[in-house]
Write a protein that binds this ligand. Structure first.
Ligand code: UGA
Length: 389
């Protein structure tokens, strides 16, 4: 099987490439605009990596689609900060560029694995029901599980630009479905539910740009740099965190499927057992950090609440809760997520801590080098051995 992954060097793509190399004999071609997250895989005999931007190198993308059996489309920005601050960029990349790929796969008769999002479900119906219309008991027993072919999609007003990502991806899935229905496109749409793992996101203290990572990287930043852990609007939103190894096991099996079982289907991929509020997440990460990684001396973060409009910008609104029904993945490909919340956080936090230590060691070595060469270039104050550095 020849598999092409567009956007192979993001968080999910880098783990998926690794899984496919380890669990199949497929020939893999991957493209991206930065190879950092797949650098450890370059040189593998069945992986060809191309530095290519789908926005400008249309002929390259066309050729890769023509040459592959299965096309995996991972091209997207998926950061709530960008939905609020750069909504047009989100639409242009996540919808306009993706639609071209879908049309080509449809015209060329290629199987398409399209990355969508759990965010297409938007808010739960329960979040719209006023307190006075429902008893607390009925509320606590209400079924808000998100089911691929049954659940309605609920988003906020246009001025709340957070939803542009949700509706861009929703329309993309609707168009893919129509291509399947009218023109026989063979596709699977993947709806990730808060995947977490090594390489997920950058630490904001180490990057000087407009973007902001997802919550686990924000909290890790606070733990490592002693800044505040900020709970947006009190941190009452609920998420189901899913370990990346569980996730790519499922996506990999769908990608390799040749039975037709997974054709023209959307899949929720998430771990319904790992539901917690953002506030609980902060306390859990603080506990694990203290138990496993803290040196007993550095300043530990405070946990504080901040308004969403201050943290993200005026166009922010939140998804209140996302619980996936994963029975389709279970029944069609025998998949079951295995990683508990504690285990996946420990593993992910360990990777952040290791990167942090390696970075600090590199910075310290560079500082020594700089100090030494500055001393060496000062002819009035020669340092012994400086010339050899
Ligand atoms: C994002 C994307 O929009 C989804 O498409 C994607 O599927 C999802 O990440 C994912 O990782 O799978 P979201 O869960 O809202 O969705 O992203 P986060 O940035 O991780 O935020 C999670 C929750 O934490 C939100 O309620 C947010 O307000 C809160 N948060 C975030 C904080 O309380 N503090 C922070 O420092 C950062």
């Amino acid at each position: 099987m020849r598999i092409c992954l567009l956007g192979c060097a993001g968080f999910i793509g880098s783990h998926l490439v690794e899984w496919l190399l380890n669990n199949s004999d497929a020939e893999i071609t991957g493209t991206d605009i930065d190879d950092q997250k797949v650098r450890h895989l370059l040189g593998h005999p069945r992986l060809t990596y191309l530095h290519s931007d789908i926005r400008s190198e249309v002929e390259v993308t066309d050729r890769l689609i023509a040459e592959c059996d299965v096309l995996v489309d991972l091209i997207a920005v998926a950061s709530p900060t960008l939905y609020v601050r750069n909504p047009l960029e989100v639409f242009e990349l996540d919808f306009m560029e993706n639609i071209k790929i879908i049309e080509k796969c449809s015209a060329m008769g290629k199987r398409l694995i399209q990355f969508s999002t759990c965010e297409i479900y938007g808010r739960t119906w329960l979040s719209l029901v006023p307190d006075e219309l429902m008893t607390p008991e009925a509320r606590s027993q209400a079924d808000v599980t998100m089911r691929e072919s049954q659940t309605n999609m609920i988003v906020g007003p246009i001025e709340k630009s957070r939803w542009i990502y949700s509706v861009s991806k929703q329309l993309l899935e609707r168009v893919i479905h129509a291509h399947g229905q009218d023109r026989g496109l063979d596709y699977a749409a993947i709806r990730p539910f808060n995947f977490v793992g090594p390489r997920i996101d950058f630490l904001p203290s180490e990057r000087n740009n407009d973007d902001s990572p997802r919550v686990v990287a924000h909290f890790m930043n606070a733990l490592l740099y002693g800044t505040d852990m900020k709970l947006v609007d009190g941190g009452q939103a609920l998420r189901c965190y899913t370990y990346i190894d569980d996730a790519v096991e499922c996506i990999g099996r769908i990608t390799l499927d040749t039975t037709g079982r997974t054709s023209r289907q959307a899949f929720n991929i998430g771990n319904p057992e790992n539901e917690c509020s953002v506030e609980e997440l902060a306390h859990t990460m603080l506990r694990i950090y203290k138990e496993k990684f803290w040196d007993g001396q550095t300043v530990l973060p405070r946990i504080i609440s901040v308004p969403g409009a201050e943290f993200y910008g005026e166009g922010y609104e939140d998804c209140d809760r996302r619980v996936p029904d994963v029975s389709k993945a279970r029944e069609l490909i025998g998949w079951e997520p295995k990683w508990s919340l504690d285990a996946l956080l420990t593993e992910t936090m360990g990777a952040f801590v290791a990167d942090f230590k390696a970075r600090n060691a590199t910075l310290a070595a560079q500082a020594v080098l700089t100090a030494s060469s500055a001393g060496g270039s000062d002819s009035t104050n020669p340092q012994p051995g400086a010339a050899t550095l």
